[in-house]
Design a protein around this ligand. Structure first.
Ligand SMILES: [Zn+2]
Length: 217
């Protein structure tokens, strides 16, 4: 599969984004990351972006039809015709069904769904270790990308802090929400013979190799 049509599925902190960026470049297909797209649509003030912002501001989840609309627009662009890596979508059964319909309409069905398996304690460790510079926004990680001076940004010397989202109780809540919404998707794709699982722990390059293998198989 030189230009595969794949979905990367896995909890926050599983490393999907990193792998999606690298592998999509290698395959010559776009990485379609719905989180980034939502933030861009909000920043650009498009109609979908304005609707998404209303839900984000009130602390709710962005409804399925808004996310599905964004993805449909993105998949219709010429660069996604040959293939794509979907990262962060689908997140619910309704989104998965909508994706199947979109792809069936142009006879380009999904070829693989790669599930990133990472144990919960490791996810907690990864997510709660994140720190961000208050001044320039540079990201650090206490374990995997520590700053040279404790609590200080390497770039500008600014103070590093932990975002509310990355505090332990918030992280635990995000993982619970993910589990209840997205776990049914594993069964959905397993039933369709599309699901492959990779061990998402350990070396980034090794995980990347594993994904190349399961997608080519
Ligand atoms: Zn900084």
């Amino acid at each position: 599969m030189t230009s595969p049509r794949v979905v990367f599925l896995g909890p926050p902190g599983a490393g999907k984004g990193t792998q999606a960026r690298q592998l999509a470049t290698g395959w010559g297909v776009p990485q379609i990351a719905t989180g980034d797209m939502l933030r861009e649509a909000v920043a650009a003030g498009t109609p979908l972006g304005r609707e998404a912002k209303r839900h984000m501001d009130s602390g709710g989840l962005v409804p399925d039809d808004v996310v599905i609309g964004l993805v449909a627009e993105r998949l219709a662009r010429p660069d996604a015709r040959a293939g794509f890596v979907l990262d962060g979508f689908p997140r619910t059964a309704a989104q998965a069904e909508a994706l199947d319909r979109m792809l069936a309409e142009r006879s380009t069905p999904l070829e693989r769904v790669v599930f990133f398996q990472v144990a919960r304690p490791e996810l907690l460790r990864r997510l709660t270790g994140r720190r961000v510079c208050r001044q320039c926004g540079a990201p650090f990680h206490l374990v995997s990308a520590p700053p040279r001076v404790t609590g200080r940004c390497d770039n500008c010397g600014g103070e590093l802090y932990q975002r509310e989202d990355d505090a332990e109780t918030a992280v635990a809540r995000r993982l619970d929400v993910y589990g209840s919404q997205t776990e049914p998707l594993l069964a959905y794709y397993r039933d369709r013979g599309l699901l492959v699982t990779v061990a998402g722990e350990g070396d980034v390059a090794r995980v990347g190799q594993d994904i190349l293998q399961v997608v080519a198989a």
